[in-house]
Structures are given as structure tokens and as C-alpha cells.
Design a protein around this ligand. Structure first.
Ligand code: S3P
Length: 180
């Protein structure tokens, strides 16, 4: 699918941990010849320490402030595909800010898929607990209604990356063309 080169509105990918924001984002950036940015990586660069140490040494609230700064003034206004950390949209007013900056989609996956996709990576402090399964269920219950308001949803279970990328491109083409 070709993308109109005039459409360089930012494209924000949100959703729970393990829903594929970074993998899909990277493929989208290739397909759209736009820059890929991951909010977590940008924060790690600025803090000069891994996320788990930001959480343990400075606290989750400091990390959330850094996420907010990243959204408000820490990334280019156009031309980017941005994978947002899973909790970023939970902050008050964040969905509206993101919608004012670009096209927003939310990736979804079942709890069991999320568990599978996140279990090999210990870099997510919120899931570094005795029962990641219970924590995922708890956080999903807490966050689901917010994710449902965060742009068009794409369900990722049992779908190939290529299929999801095509779906995301269709949404982007429609919505970027109407972007104010
Ligand atoms: C978090 C998700 C993580 C990262 C941090 C907190 C969350 O990003 O920002 O560990 O609160 O859901 P990913 O969604 O990229 O794993």
C-alpha cells in the first residue's frame, strides 16, 4: 500500500505491554519511510538508566513525569511513528493531547498472549512480581476502559505482523487525510 507523501502526521501506537507496539511500529516506520521512536527508549536515554532503575531509584511517578515531558515536548511534531509505553495513556488528559498531535491507534491482545510475549523480558518493573499473570489481569481491568477510548483498536492475537501493519496503514491513511 502506498502512502501519500504529504501525510506526515505523527502516528501514535498505544496499548498494554506486549501488544506489539514496538514490533508493529518498526515495520510501519519502514513501510511509511518515517522515523520510529519508542517513548521508553527516549526516556532511558535521557535518564541514562534502564526503566527498572528509574522505577526503583526515582519512583514510578517520576517515570510518569518523564513520559509526559516526552509527549508534550520531547519528540518531533511530524514524520514519526511513536510506540508509547503501556501506561502512558493512563495519565489524565493524555489521550486528548495525543489525539491533538496525530493519529492514534490502540493495540490489544488477550491476557494469555500478553503473558507469553512479556515473560522472556525482565525489563518491565510492573511485571517483575511473583505472579505476572495476576498483575496483568489486575492492570488490564484497571486500564481497559481507557484503552478503549484511545483511538481505533486493533486486536493482535493470531494475526501476522504484516496483517496488522496493513490494517494500521489503512487506519492511518483515512485519519491522517482528515487530520486538522
Ligand atoms: C509500562 C509499560 C512499559 C514501560 C514501563 C511501564 C506500563 O512499556 O513504559 O515498564 O505501565 O504499562 P511497554 O508497554 O513498551 O512494555
Amino acid at each position: 500500500m502506498t502512502i501519500d507523501p504529504k501525510l506526515n502526521v505523527n502516528f501514535y501506537l498505544v496499548g498494554f505491554m506486549g501488544t506489539g507496539k514496538s514490533s508493529i511500529g518498526r515495520q510501519l516506520a519502514k513501510a511509511m519511510q518515517m522515523e520510529f521512536i519508542d517513548s521508553d527508549s527516549e526516556i532511558v536515554k535521557i535518564a541514562e538508566k534502564p526503566i527498572k532503575y528509574i522505577f526503583t531509584q526515582e519512583g514510578e511517578s517520576e517515570f510518569r513525569k518523564m513520559e509526559r515531558e516526552f509527549v508534550v515536548s520531547g519528540h518531533p511534531e511530524t514524520g514519526c511513528i511513536i510506540a508509547c509505553g503501556g501506561g502512558l495513556v493512563m495519565q489524565e488528559g493524555m489521550i486528548d493531547i495525543l489525539k491533538s498531535k496525530g493519529v492514534l491507534i490502540c493495540l490489544f491482545a488477550s491476557a494469555s498472549t500478553i503473558l507469553k510475549r512479556t515473560s522472556s523480558n525482565l525489563n518491565r518493573p510492573l511485571l517483575n512480581v511473583e505472579s505476572p499473570e495476576e498483575k496483568i489481569a489486575e492492570l488490564l481491568a484497571e486500564r481497559e476502559s481507557t484503552y478503549l477510548q484511545a483511538g481505533t483498536g486493533i486486536y493482535t492475537d493470531n494475526r501476522s505482523i504484516a496483517e496488522i501493519v496493513e490494517h494500521a496503514l489503512r487506519i492511518y491513511r483515512k485519519q491522517a487525510a482528515m487530520f486538522p
